[in-house]
Write a new protein. Structure first.
Lengths: 363, 450
């Protein structure tokens, strides 16, 4: 890429930040092993990963020579069947939520847009909860769950779009619409989850989010979903850049603004729905990730979108480790540390951008 | 510019917002190389017209054509290659670099699967050079001053290389220097590259200075369309903008410019309510304040006999006051004196400005003295008047004579107005209400004359 990108920092700095992010993934992996329910040495984690990934070709024994076989079987179970899929699910959900936040912030030209704050996540959760109320398609939950979640997310996204379309809309009204929608939908969610024929179903999980009990098939599904969403999102970077000039100006420059807005909301809904279907409602990832991405790598949405995914993944991976650190018994919903981080950050962004906000007609 | 020059034509265009019509069958044409100023009061439909051309607002009737081709068949991208739009304001919040900002103008030329190529970067460089942006292209757009930001925006519009520029109040946030600079660039660019600029402007003087043609909208309808020199008129200004203004002419360019009369107590009466003309004898600029003030107050005036290009005669021309004019530097000829006497005879009263009298215009006083007794005469003699007699005492004696035979002496413009009001109200006792206190009472005292 020639050095024509908007607000680009120097190349070397970008590379350094990129290396830091990549290192973050590995670090979070190992940290999860160390501070998890059973402390596992990084070297052992490496061993187990190498052994499992290569199908037993590397390393001779699963855990290396120094670990006795009985204990090794437990460790493999913990690492390979619990910690690894859980943190991978956290990474993937974080990436999807980060992308979703980046898209929404771009479309609404609003630094406070976020799938959780706008109620889209809760909408997705309600959609998913329908599955439990009516009990349909429970057998194929891995497929029906994200589908229903998508319907809920999209409907909520469209309501938000309508609110943003009104000529009197501003950042404040958009956010308040989201808050109202979120409160309304949360009530609905609790209702459907508490009064369903099957009984009290993991209310904590849905309201606060969690990766507890993640399976490899879920990881595979989210990974596939992220690839598809990512490929489609990659086509939207330039359009979102133009949209920052206002939808009318963007259209005068040859962009079909209306179509771009609709597609972006559709994509954000898909991304959110995928994440919510398997991890419940996790707030603030979509808010924070694009901010950090912009801070580190500039304003070009061609960069901001993929980097929002990367930062979102690291954020949620970090939240996963943090939940271990706070409560080593591994029962703390991942949304809790995220909320600890996101609440103050939200206030910070709100005050920082208040001065430039409110210039009417957002989408 | 690779595309051939084409006309932009609005053909019976109607458009509106949610059932509220904002444009009514507007038709006009802009030819290649032409700068057309789109004028009209707030809410007259200027912005709507530009948005309708851009396809941002669906037409409810008529069509916009480019070289005969209706634009509604164009795709969004195709339209963007024809029109470069400069909106009134942009909600940009992100501090992108100037170069990237200008590069956005190339979007209509970059396919959905492509990145910007070397031709796009060259177009950006050309556009930046054309607006002469003094800051580096790597500066953040939000760090620029208002003038620099507007130039960057202009560069973005030019980068698209669209042949039709639709500029919506491009000077709104600029100081006077930047206003002139920007419009001058637009003008020379259009003339040189055979482009068309449709510029919505509030400032009519800028419109008159920089546009080749003026199109005026009023309540969504086209009310005037024509060359600057002929289209601006006091009637248009009064009917469309509701202002009283006088049109003057720039001595250098010959172009009209307008001077609005400030609102306030005047004009106290509409011209039609004033009966009788007050004739002013002047010359050399001495009558200017009288002409201006009495004209502003709504009195009907005439002027004589002055020389062509004399500042009194220029002012009379700008105010639309009939005047008897002699060739520059020539003594007043017989035919001129004849017409001057006719003007005096047709006047209700005569006001003598403190003009300098020489052998060339002494005839003015002679002709006046010949009519003494027929109508009231007043001498405007402000304090501190320099010597005005250049005839060796002859003129002073004549003025003395006028005074002896009953001419009033007025020292201030307010006194002049009071005198004039008493005279024109002699014959019209039922004047319009709201006049000054002076006339509210019973019939004024008789005019001192004879």
């Amino acid at each position: 890429m020639p050095p024509t990108g908007p607000g680009v920092r120097s190349r070397w700095r970008s590379l350094a930040y990129g290396a830091l992010l990549a290192g973050g993934f590995v670090g979070l992996f190992l940290l999860a092993g160390l501070i998890g329910p059973v402390a596992i040495a990084p070297l052992t984690v490496f061993h187990i990963l190498g052994y499992e990934i290569s199908g037993g070709l590397i390393g001779g024994s699963p855990c290396g020579g120094s670990v006795e076989p009985a204990r090794c079987a437990t460790l493999v179970l913990i690492v390979w069947e619990s910690v690894v899929p859980e943190i991978l699910l956290a990474f993937l959900a974080g990436a999807l939520l980060g992308v979703s936040g980046g898209l929404l912030q771009g479309v609404f030209r609003n630094p406070l847009a976020d799938p959780y704050l706008l109620g889209i996540s809760t909408g997705a959760a309600i959609g998913a909860s329908i599955l439990f109320v009516f009990g349909v398609g429970l057998a194929q939950a891995n497929l029906t769950l994200p589908l229903l979640a998508f319907v809920g997310a999209l409907l909520t996204g469209l309501v938000i779009l309508l609110a943003a379309r009104s000529p009197r809309s501003s950042i404040e009204t958009l956010l308040l619409t989201g808050v109202a929608l979120n409160a309304f939908l949360s009530g609905g969610l609790v209702f459907t989850l508490l009064y369903n024929p099957i009984g009290n179903l993991q209310l904590n999980f849905w309201l606060l989010g969690g990766v507890f009990g993640a399976t490899w098939s879920q990881v595979g599904l989210l990974f596939g979903g992220l690839l598809v969403v990512g490929a489609l999102v990659a086509l939207h970077g330039r359009a979102l850049n133009l949209l920052q000039l206002g939808s009318d100006v963007a259209q005068s420059l040859g962009l079909d603004s209306r179509r771009v807005v609709m597609r972006s909301i559709l994509l954000a809904s898909v991304a959110t729905a995928l994440a919510v279907a398997f991890t419940g409602v996790i707030g603030f990832v979509g808010l924070i990730a694009p901010h950090i991405a912009r801070r580190l790598f500039g304003y070009d949405y061609r960069r901001v979108l993929p980097l929002s995914a990367l930062v979102g993944a690291i954020l949620l991976g970090g939240a996963f480790d943090l939940s271990f650190a706070i409560l080593p018994s591994n029962e703390l919903p991942i949304g809790v540390p995220m909320a600890f981080l996101g609440g103050p950050f939200f206030v910070y962004v709100l005050y920082r951008f208040r001065s430039t906000a409110g210039s009417g007609g957002i989408a | 510019m690779t595309r051939p020059a084409a006309c932009l034509e609005f053909d019976q265009v109607s458009a509106g917002y949610e059932g509220r019509p904002a444009l009514h069958r507007v038709s006009f044409r802009a030819n290649p190389g032409e700068v057309v100023a789109l004028t009209g009061p707030n809410g007259s439909g200027k912005t709507t017209l530009l948005r309708a051309a851009l396809g941002l607002l669906p037409l409810t009737g008529g069509r916009v054509t480019i070289g005969g081709q209706p634009t509604d068949r164009f795709s969004i991208r195709e339209r963007a290659r024809w029109f470069g739009w400069m909106p009134q304001s942009e909600p940009l919040r992100e501090n992108i670099r100037v170069r990237q900002y200008v590069l956005y103008g190339r979007h209509p030329w970059i396919g959905p699967w492509e990145s910007e190529g070397p031709e796009d970067l060259r177009a950006v460089d050309r556009a930046l050079a054309a607006v002469d942006l003094s800051v580096g292209p790597d500066r953040g757009i939000l760090e620029l001053s208002g003038g620099e930001r507007q130039r960057a925006l202009m560069a973005r519009v030019l980068a698209s290389e669209a042949p039709f520029l639709l500029l919506d109040e491009p000077t709104a946030h600029l100081d006077i220097g930047h206003q002139i600079d920007l419009l001058e660039r637009v003008r020379s660019l259009c003339h040189r590259e055979e482009m068309v600029a449709l510029v919505a402007l509030h400032d009519l003087n800028l419109a008159a200075r920089f546009a080749d043609r003026i199109v005026t909208l009023h309540r969504g309808r086209l009310v005037a369309d024509g060359p600057v020199a002929t289209i601006l008129s006091a009637e248009l200004l009064r009917e469309v903008w509701g202002i009283v203004a006088e049109l003057r002419h720039d001595p250098r360019s010959g172009l009209p410019y307008l001077l609005p009369t400030l609102p306030g107590p005047k004009p106290r009466a509409a011209a039609s309510e004033i009966e009788g003309v007050i004739h002013i004898v002047g010359g050399g600029g001495a009558a200017q304040p009288l002409l201006q003030r009495l004209h502003d107050e709504g009195f009907l005036l005439s002027l004589g006999a002055v020389h062509l290009f004399d500042s009194d005669s220029e002012r009379a021309r700008d105010l639309g006051i009939p005047a008897v004019v002699e060739t520059p530097f020539a003594p007043l000829g017989d035919s001129v004196r004849e017409r001057h006497r006719e003007l005096i005879a047709g006047a209700r009263a005569v006001l003598v400005a403190p003009f300098a009298v020489g052998p060339g215009n002494l005839a003015n006083l002679e002709d006046l003295i010949g009519t003494v007794g027929e109508r009231p005469i007043a001498l405007y003699e402000p304090v501190g008047l320099p010597p005005r007699d250049f005839t060796g005492g002859q003129a002073d004696r004549m003025i003395q004579d006028l005074r002896h035979r009953g001419a009033a002496s007025l020292a201030t413009l307010d006194e002049v107005v009071g005198w004039a009001e008493r005279i024109v109200s002699l014959r019209g006792p039922d004047r319009a209400p709201g006049r000054s206190v002076r006339e509210a009472g019973p019939s004024p005292e008789p005019i001192p004359d004879h």
